[in-house]
Design a protein around this ligand. Structure first.
Ligand SMILES: *Cc1c(COP(=O)(O)O)cnc(C)c1O
Length: 306
């Protein structure tokens, strides 16, 4: 995370100086409860001296879906938000890996009355160095907390409120000496990590919980499934996953915009494989790294040049 703030925040249609982009203190509760957001990464290509936003259109589509599902009004079009993001990243002069976070929320009414409200939109950017291929690994545990489910708080909506569940699980894991939590859903099947989806490798097959497992429908997950299936020729399976399958796996990793690809080398203190980054994870990570930075020119539609 950066130690200096960028110059501008985009607020309801225009760039505003960082210190002037404020909200009234009494709005903390309602704004927080109503808010939906996106987390988007931009990757710097040092050779080309270019910055590429990864899967910007897919993130903006999901953002629009979250706003719609929470019954807020759409105040800006896809094209307007896309333009706003590119302008903001330019204004903040990011010549480095960066993170872009659009947030939609409503200030009106009490907690229950977001329906039909005019959504406000804020976009901020920050420098955030990628950790792809850094050798970073995590030790994970299953949480004593259960993942929220679709008829309680829909996990497929990227809502800030869902992160209370994430926070409980993540804090518990770190308090007990782990790097990351893994959550089971109400059916006792594996869902995801607090802010990332999960994949495992068993006997050469790439397996991941299906989109009805109580997961956020991750764009990274979808990207990696496509890369694995189409480019690496791996057999890819989306289905229910049991807890003990993780113990029996040769490789486990987390995936998400923030987590990128984070290898899990132990689950509940049981080593995964030989407790090192496995060959399939390594291969997928290497391809993903080259694609997001535009080193590999395939799938140009995934990268928006700033
Ligand atoms: C954002 C998020 C992910 C990852 O989704 P991406 O689209 O890959 O960034 C996974 N799980 C949760 C709970 C999330 O909020």
């Amino acid at each position: 995370m950066p130690d200096t703030n960028p110059q501008f925040v985009w607020v309801d249609g225009k760039p505003v100086a960082w210190n002037d982009a404020t909200i009234h203190i009494t709005q903390v509760g309602t704004a927080g409860v109503s808010s939906v957001f996106e987390g988007i990464r931009a990757y710097w290509n040092a050779d080309q001296k270019k910055l590429f936003v990864f899967r910007l259109d897919a993130h903006l589509d999901r953002f629009a879906q979250s706003i719609r599902l929470m019954r807020m009004q759409q105040t800006f079009s896809h094209a307007q938000l896309k333009n706003a993001i590119l302008e903001l990243v330019r204004a903040n002069q990011h010549a480095e890996d960066a993170y872009i976070r659009p947030i939609a929320f409503t200030e009106a009414g009490m907690f229950g009355s977001a329906g039909g409200d005019q959504g406000r939109i804020v976009i901020n950017t920050q420098a955030w160095q990628s950790r792809l291929k850094s050798g970073k690994v995590n030790h994970a545990c299953f949480s004593s907390w259960t993942r929220i489910s679709d008829n309680v708080m829909p996990p497929r909506v990227k809502a800030s409120s869902n992160y209370l569940n994430s926070r409980l699980a993540g804090e518990e894991a770190r308090r007990n000496g782990y790097d990351s939590a893994l959550l089971l859903n109400a059916n006792g099947k594996v869902a995801e990590a607090p802010g990332a989806c999960l994949m495992l490798v068993r006997d050469g097959k790439l397996i991941t919980p299906s989109v009805t497992s109580g997961i956020l429908e991750s764009i990274t997950r979808e990207t990696l499934l496509e890369i694995s299936r189409e480019w690496l020729g791996l057999s890819v399976v989306e289905r229910d996953v049991d807890r003990t399958e993780l113990y029996a796996s040769q490789e486990v990793f987390l995936c998400g915009t923030g987590a990128e690809i984070t290898p899990i080398v132990s689950v509940d203190r049981l080593p995964v494989g030989n407790s090192e980054i496995g060959p399939v994870t390594k291969k997928i990570e290497s391809v993903y790294h080259d694609v997001v930075r535009g080193i590999d020119a395939q799938c140009p539609e995934w990268r928006t040049e700033v």
